[in-house]
Design a protein around this ligand. Structure first.
Ligand code: GAL
Length: 431
């Protein structure tokens, strides 16, 4: 269904989205935008997300990136930093930031989930700004019926007629007022909803995506459809193969890409990595297939080309390593000559964090970071794709860190890995 879309300008290998690996911005820093959304404005794409830290779950700000092609991103700034006090003050949680431009006022409206570190004081916060990448001013909490909305996971949806909606976990859908600064009505309540609501519309059908309640762990997300926002909403089931845990991700947003008049819904999901969320949590973005009320991402494309919307494998000189270890400090060293190196490895429920570094020929560390190999369901895919370097001699090191992602939810259920294994099956070097 995506055939026949001509390529846009740009080198082919610079147009590839590789899922589940850290992405780098134009300064070479890891793209830190989780629970994200994308809006198109002024001829560019803008990505907003949680600017996570590796050491604590406390709110460190919301970040903004810009791009002209959805692949190469420039870091703009932290557009809403930690506040002196209040719902996004020190030692609070700030999640799932969503931004929309209000068509009536031209103002940019930011909505988010604000909470305490135990997630027992949830609010939906609202911030505003006159420019898309300026300093957002936190106005406070958004209210319905004179009371603050005391809920957590949220999303937003802007309909084709410009009406804005606030989506809330487990069912409520609120219509925003004309200036988007308050709520005018409760538009619907979708029975059977879970967390992380994400809505889009295609060919007159509204689709609502949602996840089950498993904290940072992934699960099989599902969806509903309706012909009007008010409903009736019908539960349709899974949109990814059962057991794939939504291709190992949790939905956060659906961005509708317009290409040559065709509207292509792009699924945006989070592959969380607690506690190393800033460096090791990654993104899963995939085009969705819509046929009437049926929605699916039938196959996991670990890499795909945004031009032509097609699956693409990473190309280059391939070396086989078949290296596995769970011994802290053990290292795989891969000397290479080229511009970029990718490593393919298995992630499973016994895997941990690797410390991956790149050194130049003098042995100077150019880059070093945690890479998460854990996944509840086994998966053999790219785990790391380096940024582009000038063609030269380099050394890639993959070290067993002896750390793994483990966490518990409010009820004390423990999630995460049971060991520290790292597996590198092969590497691919681009000349
Ligand atoms: C998830 C939720 C995330 C975050 C996390 C904390 O269920 O979707 O946004 O709040 O729980 O455990």
């Amino acid at each position: 269904m995506f055939l026949g879309i001509p390529a846009i300008a740009g080198r082919d290998n610079e147009s590839i989205i590789t899922n589940g690996v850290p992405w780098f911005d134009s300064d070479g820093n890891i793209i830190n935008a989780h629970g994200a959304c994308i809006i198109e404005d002024g001829g560019k794409y803008w990505l907003f997300g949680e600017y996570k830290s590796d050491n604590s779950n406390a709110f460190p700000g919301f970040g903004c990136y810009s791009s002209s092609d959805l692949v190469n991103w420039k870091f703009e700034r932290v557009v809403l930093p930690v506040q002196k006090d209040g719902i996004l003050g020190p030692d609070r949680v700030g999640e799932r930031v969503k931004v929309m431009r209000c068509p009536k006022t031209g103002e940019y409206i930011m909505l988010m989930h604000a909470d305490n570190l135990k997630y027992t004081d949830p609010h939906i916060g609202i911030a505003v700004c006159d420019s898309i990448n300026g300093d957002y001013r936190l106005l406070g909490t958004i209210e319905y019926d004179g009371k603050p909305i005391k809920n957590w996971d949220m999303g937003t949806f802007q309909d084709d007629d410009g009406t804005g909606y606030l989506l809330i976990h487990h069912g409520p859908v609120y219509r925003l007022s004309d200036d988007y600064r308050s709520i005018s009505a409760k538009a619907a309540h979708i029975d059977g909803m879970g967390e992380s609501p994400a809505m889009f519309r295609k060919n007159g059908i509204y689709f609502m995506l949602t996840s089950n309640l498993t904290s940072w762990e992934r699960n099989d997300n599902y969806y509903f459809t309706a012909t009007s926002i008010e409903g009736p909403w019908e539960k349709r089931g899974l949109f990814c193969p059962e057991g794939s845990l939504t291709h190992n991700s949790q939905c956060t947003f659906v961005f509708t890409l317009t290409r040559n008049g065709e509207k292509i819904p792009i699924y945006m999901g989070d592959r969380w990595s607690y506690p190393r969320q800033a460096s090791a949590a990654t993104y899963v973005w995939l085009p969705m297939q819509v046929n009437g009320t049926s929605l699916s991402i039938p196959e996991y494309w670990s890499s795909w080309n945004i031009n032509g919307i097609r699956k693409q494998t990473l190309s280059g000189e391939t070396k086989i390593h078949d290296w596995t270890s769970d011994k802290k400090g053990e290292k795989l060293r891969i000397p290479f000559h080229g511009k970029r190196i990718s490593i393919i490895g298995e992630s499973n429920s016994q895997s941990g964090y690797a410390l991956v570094s790149i050194k130049d020929k003098e042995g100077k560390i150019l880059h070093s970071q945690y890479v998460d190999f854990y996944s509840k369901v086994p998966d053999l895919s790219p785990r790391y794709v380096s940024r582009l370097y000038p063609e030269d001699d380099y050394m890639l090191e993959v070290e067993v860190s002896g750390e793994n992602p483990v966490w518990s939810d409010k009820k004390g259920n423990v999630f995460g890995s049971k060991d520290f294994f790292i597996n590198v099956s092969k590497s691919i070097i681009e000349k």
